[in-house]
Ligand binder design. Structure first.
Ligand SMILES: Nc1ncnc2c1ncn2[C@@H]1O[C@H](COP(=O)(O)OP(=O)(O)OP(=O)(O)O)[C@@H](O)[C@H]1O
Length: 574
């Protein structure tokens, strides 16, 4: 096939003669000077050719074609540095070629198009696009129509566009409507919009497979449709962590060339029911409190997160809890191994634990009663925490370029559990500040990080029993015996816990009550007993939860973050 696709001839770019070669996988052109010496070669992988058009063509700001018989234009992916971001910006490269004859021009366009079809077979032909017109700065529609749609048209992609009129419309559409013929779904919006699409697609796939999403022991079926994210929200963390930049053109180009990045998904359950899916953060304590506080100040826009973060930090809270986790295989990788999950990550591609075939009974047994004993491989710790966070990816963002867990992987079937024990406010500030620098946030005595496959969180039952008898006993805590400060902290705060619990009830039955308790905590001196869970920016209505990581449950039109040091600028790759 490659031999059939090979083509070589002289072509002109402007008034300069070039020797052009199509090898099947690559299209190269090299300027030849008057002494027949080769100058710089430009090489474009065929998989990154966006379109081939007859004539001299421009597509932005609008399509213009100068239809010269002997000319053709090649559009392709061109990389450039993104300044402060961790990934590379992709731009639309364009070169107009002139041939000595129309026959040769037709030969070139035909060969190039066939090479693209052959070597880039997973490109989408038909996409379902959801635009949230209210996301971020309310520019979703404008971004899609002025930047993305012309690129899709150039690449021959047909799109069915739905501008949403209400929250959850995209999710409901994906759950109920006919999706025949679509290769993928595109979200134009922020993380909330992506989450809707994630829930819709996972739910639809399980429905069609006859699987029950509410059973944590069930191995969920991976979604056949890819998801594209065109960032147009106020938080675009999933896009940042999977592409490395927040840029609609870069994301649209990843969709066009049919890139495929598998992604782990965490399912969160409470009392025999699925609560939500998450791909970035499931966080209790500080991150839950910040979200709950920020919801009160939506009018501030994105500034509300800074304001709420400061307020919650100043309120100096910590919460008791029992954390149980199922560790991942430490031989495969570790959250402290200083590796990075980059494009083509070998840890993710080695992953064999896609669907946890043997763990069903383990999940059922642990899920049924939220038992506090350790069984099998599960590890149990109990005490007072500033925050408990589970993340399936690094969760990097422009503010925190290394993310919550810099060595986390996108698709290895694990999540990183970060336990931040109660500590002095200044030490906690140090921990938070390290997220904005390159300093290791795990290299602190009150921080633990574990790579896990599942997590269960419950409130300490001993505390409740003692409360019933009016006694105040020391909390048990399974941490380093030598570090008395933690044990002391736990016992000191324990009395406050039970006092607050007696006024608020043993456990609040729903999220509204918990949110009220939290809000009260900011204006009164009394600390609330329980925090709330922040699940990818949504407050969960339950405290006691079970989380399970499903390896590679969905696929994005992305390729992970490209390592900029591997760019072969010297060889003329664009
Ligand atoms: N037409 C609509 N009207 C109101 N809400 C919508 C609409 N379409 C989508 N939504 C909801 O808006 C929420 C936020 O959307 P999105 O993530 O796109 O924007 P955002 O500005 O990043 O949001 P946030 O600041 O809340 O994270 C999503 O949860 C989504 O379900």
């Amino acid at each position: 096939m490659d031999t059939d696709l090979r083509l070589e001839s002289s072509l002109w770019v402007g008034n300069k003669r070039h020797r052009a070669v199509l090898t099947g996988w690559n299209f190269n052109w090299t300027e030849v000077d008057q002494k027949n010496c080769d100058k710089k070669t430009i090489s474009v992988p065929v998989a990154e050719v966006v379109g081939v058009e007859e004539g001299r063509v421009e597509i932005l700001p609008q399509k213009l074609v100068e239809d010269k018989d002997k000319d053709f234009t090649v559009f392709y992916v061109k990389r450039s540095s993104s300044g402060g971001s961790s990934g590379l910006l992709w731009r639309l490269g364009r070169t107009q070629f002139s041939c000595p004859s129309r026959v040769l021009r037709d030969q070139w366009t035909e060969h190039l198009r066939t090479a693209v079809k052959t070597h880039s077979p997973s490109r989408p032909h038909k996409l379902l696009v959801f635009i949230n017109p209210y996301g971020g700065k309310k520019k979703g529609r404008q971004i899609y129509h002025s930047v993305v749609a012309p690129l899709f048209e150039l690449a021959g992609i047909s799109s069915h566009v739905i501008v949403t009129e209400r929250a959850n419309q995209a999710r409901d559409h994906l759950l109920k409507k006919d999706l025949t013929g679509f290769d993928g779904v595109v979200s134009v919006g922020g993380d909330g919009m992506f989450s809707e699409i994630l829930h819709g697609l996972i739910g639809r796939t399980q429905q069609e497979s006859g699987l029950c999403e509410n059973d944590p022991a069930v191995t969920l079926q991976p979604c056949p449709l890819h998801i594209g994210i065109i960032p147009a929200g106020s938080t675009d963390c999933v896009c940042y962590a999977t592409v490395g930049v927040i840029d609609p053109v870069t994301s649209a180009l990843h969709v066009i060339i049919g890139d495929s990045q598998p992604l782990d998904v965490c399912s969160v359950y409470h009392a025999s029911a699925l609560v939500r899916y998450s791909v970035s953060l499931v966080g209790y304590g500080f991150y839950g409190d910040v979200l709950a506080e920020s919801e009160k100040h939506r009018w501030m826009g994105p500034l509300r997160y800074d304001y709420s973060g400061t307020m919650v930090y100043l309120s100096n809270r910590s919460y008791t809890g029992v954390v149980q986790y199922l560790p991942a295989d430490p031989m495969l990788s570790s959250p402290r191994d200083k590796t990075r999950c980059l494009s083509g990550c070998s840890v993710c591609s080695r992953t064999t634990e896609r669907h946890f075939p043997d763990s069903g009974s383990l999940y059922s047994a642990h899920y049924s009663q939220f038992s506090t004993e350790s069984e099998g491989d599960w590890v149990s710790v109990e005490g007072r925490f500033r925050c408990v966070s589970l993340t399936c990816m690094s969760s990097s963002c422009p503010r925190s370029p290394q993310g919550l867990s810099p060595s986390a992987h996108l698709a290895d079937g694990t999540g990183d559990l970060i336990l931040v024990w109660d500590t002095h406010p200044l030490s906690f500030l140090k921990f938070l500040h390290r997220h904005t620098s390159t300093e290791d946030q795990f290299d602190l005595p009150f921080v633990e990080v574990h790579r896990v496959k599942a997590l269960r969180f419950s409130l300490p039952s001993s505390g409740r029993e003692e409360e019933a008898f009016g006694g105040i006993a020391e909390q048990s805590v399974v941490i380093d015996e030598e570090d008395q400060s933690y044990v002391e902290t736990v016992s000191r705060c324990g009395s406050q816990l039970r006092l607050a619990e007696s006024s608020a009830g043993v456990e609040m039955a729903n999220g509204q009550k918990k949110e009220n308790a939290f809000l009260c905590g900011l204006c009164c001196s009394k600390s609330p007993t329980v925090s709330v869970w922040n699940c990818d920016g949504e407050i969960l209505p339950f405290t006691e939860i079970l989380c399970r990581i499903h390896g590679q449950l969905v696929r994005l039109y992305a390729r992970g973050i490209e390592d900029s040091t591997e760019l072969r600028w010297g060889k003329g790759q664009v």
